[in-house]
Design a protein around this ligand. Structure first.
Ligand code: MG
Length: 295
């Protein structure tokens, strides 16, 4: 199943289920109203509901049978699939060749940092910044985990039971701010610096999330080209490691790190500029395109 958020032509924000083969997004509020099935209107609240999946299966089946709530995929604007999670946890230095390109040591434990949730933006939106604040804005394709069930001190063996699914993130980074500070939160948390999307893909649909190709295209040129098979700390370990320190709540997002090929460590460096189009993608989830703009 592919969970999405979208905006209607009347600028209403809705939760939906995308059916790419049919070019359709099922508007859960509309079909839910017809069947008298109430659902929360926020993704993190939906994921906190017991047995949300059963209700969505029912609604999607009814929409397929009757057409009620089915919308043309091309006629709606997708939003970040989680708009306001409690936290966005990020993992740094989690691909060997990215560690090496930055001249860093391979970490013994996952290196955690954070982006403020206010940095989140969605597909086809602007990534915007003041060029007087930062001149070194970089891209990072990442597999993102979306927490489904509260997780506190979970074993690695049970970790993925706590995930609702997977999405794609661009960990946009102001390198000059990041490296000027002793820690990274300022350079990572500018407004719009956390594009997410296009959908949350549930575990049974993605197959093996540690065997997905991943890429970044900048103005059509491929600059990152790797696979989640190259993660240093795997998904089970990351969820368990985080949950030993703090409770993961439904809707929380974990960015698992970027492979090599980021702009800062290229020769010469490549930084994003006004007018650039940047696309990040992960196999089995899809692509996320954003437009760079000076603000
Ligand atoms: Mg990153």
């Amino acid at each position: 199943m592919r969970l999405v958020r979208f905006e209607t032509e009347h600028e209403e924000r809705r939760l939906g289920v995308e059916k790419p083969d049919e070019g359709v997004v099922v508007d859960l509020e509309t079909v839910g109203a017809e069947l008298d099935v109430g659902l929360p209107d926020r993704m993190s609240a939906l994921l906190a509901e017991p047995r949300w999946r059963d209700r969505l299966d029912l609604l999607v089946a009814h929409a397929g049978d009757t057409g009620v709530g089915e919308r043309d995929r091309d006629a709606v604007q997708l939003l970040a699939p989680v708009g306001s999670p409690g936290k966005v946890v990020c993992v740094g230095l989690n691909y060997v060749e990215h560690v090496e390109e930055g001249g860093q040591e391979r970490p013994e434990n996952p290196v955690l940092f954070s982006k403020f949730p206010t940095a989140i933006t969605g597909p086809e939106s602007d990534v915007a910044w003041d060029p007087e604040l930062t001149e070194e804005v970089d891209y990072e394709v990442e597999l993102a985990l979306v927490v489904g069930e509260r997780a506190r001190r979970v074993d690695p063996a049970d970790a993925t039971d706590h995930l609702a699914g997977y999405t794609v993130a661009n960990d946009v980074s102001a390198r000059d701010l990041q490296f000027a500070d002793d820690q990274w939160v300022r350079g990572k948390s500018l407004d719009t610096f956390c594009p997410l999307g296009p959908a949350i893909v549930t575990p049974e649909e993605i197959g093996d999330p540690e065997d997905c190709s991943m890429w970044t295209d900048l103005n059509g040129e491929r600059l990152q080209d790797s696979t989640t098979g190259n993660l240093i700390f795997g998904i089970d370990e990351l969820v368990s490691f985080c949950s030993d320190a703090f409770t993961l709540e439904p809707g929380d997002v974990i960015l698992t790190g970027t492979p090599p090929g980021v702009g800062a460590f290229r020769d010469p460096p490549v930084y994003l500029e006004d007018g650039d189009e940047v696309t990040v993608g992960v196999e089995g989830i899809g692509e996320l395109t954003n437009y760079c703009r000076y603000d």
